[in-house]
Design a protein around this ligand. Structure first.
Ligand code: SF4
Length: 317
């Protein structure tokens, strides 16, 4: 399926079926830490990206779901609110299933009233805010020139006022980029103004678009959570998972790593299979040239070949 992936074990959403609403790599930002790779289509223009196809795939999957789901998550190989079919997809999911709907967004278009209106059928919205100052916002998120931190914050505040579901705000912390005291103090002020239900701290635990984006360690993350105040948690660890019976296929593994790099453990958790079985299939796929292995922060990650873009990556094929 081209637009549906998973279910994957999400650190924030449990077992989540992903729905990819935009083609790679269509986004309003070009973040240093993007796991999808550099943005090739930086835009603010919303379009109806293959809405019929997405709905057909969703319907097909939900008729025979392979595993129980905690969430259906609208996301994308870019920014999902760029799809004009957002409201229609949320409505279709609600009509087809009782599974909760989450939208993973960078939040950049929430300043537009129509986007907030279209998104309000979701149960949880997970926007991002990585910077307390304009300069850091530009350096880290590399947004479309017509966007600004002030516009982003105005959209987040309006969402908080109008949306009756939960708002879980993600902050991606990167070493030397947004972990200094001045930056964190400014960020804390903005978080107080926005007042989300939850603030979730993440760091670059997977291979990312730009090698400037370096992860913090857990102790540093926890110290920052304490500094930012109550309602702030660290989510940079994968959740525990239950094992499911049966063998996995090469295609299942290839589909999982097509959108983001994963470790053998991530895959074992996502597929609900023993690590040994996953290791065996990964070894087979790498030796037959169907997958690449890459070392990041001392861990082996697996991803499909077309997603490799950075020459700086340390490849073990
Ligand atoms: S991390 Fe998200 S917001 Fe940033 S460039 Fe990638 S897809 Fe866009």
């Amino acid at each position: 399926m081209a637009h549906i992936f998973g279910p994957v074990p999400s650190r924030r959403l449990g077992r989540s079926l992903g729905v990819d609403l935009v083609p790679p790599k269509t986004c309003t930002y070009d973040c240093l830490y993007c796991e999808v790779g550099p943005t090739t289509h930086l835009t603010l223009k919303r379009r109806a990206y293959r809405v019929e196809e997405i709905l057909r795939e969703l319907k097909g999957y939900l008729e025979h779901p392979s595993q129980p789901l905690d969430f259906i998550t609208l996301t994308g190989s870019g920014e999902p609110t760029l799809n004009l079919g957002l409201n229609e997809v949320i409505g279709a999911v609600k009509a087809l299933t009782g599974v909760k709907v989450a939208v993973l967004t960078n939040g950049s278009l929430l300043y537009r009233e129509e986007v907030r209106r279209e998104i309000r059928g979701a149960d949880v919205i997970l926007p991002s805010l990585d910077a307390g100052r304009e300069e850091t916002f530009r350096r880290l998120n590399r947004p479309h020139p017509r966007l600004s931190l002030a516009l982003l914050v105005s959209g987040l505040k309006a969402l908080r006022r109008e949306f009756s579901g939960a708002v879980w705000l993600e902050v991606m912390l990167l070493k030397g980029l947004n972990d200094g005291e001045e930056e964190l103090t400014a960020l804390r002020d903005l978080l107080r103004q926005i007042s989300p239900d939850l603030v979730q701290l993440n760091t670059a635990v997977r291979p990312v678009a730009d090698s400037q984006a370096q992860a913090l360690d857990l102790a540093e993350m926890e110290a920052i959570a304490g500094f930012l105040g109550p309602g702030v948690e660290v989510v940079a660890q994968p959740p525990a998972e239950r094992a499911l019976p049966g063998e996995i296929t090469d295609e299942e593994v290839l589909q999982m790593v097509a959108r983001r790099p994963m470790t053998a453990r991530d895959l074992a958790l996502a597929l609900g299979k023993p690590l040994k079985q996953v290791d065996r299939i990964l070894g087979h796929l790498v030796s037959h040239g169907r997958l690449a292995r890459e070392v990041h922060q001392g861990q082996d990650f697996y991803r499909s070949f077309p997603a490799f873009r950075s020459k700086e990556m340390n490849l073990h094929i």
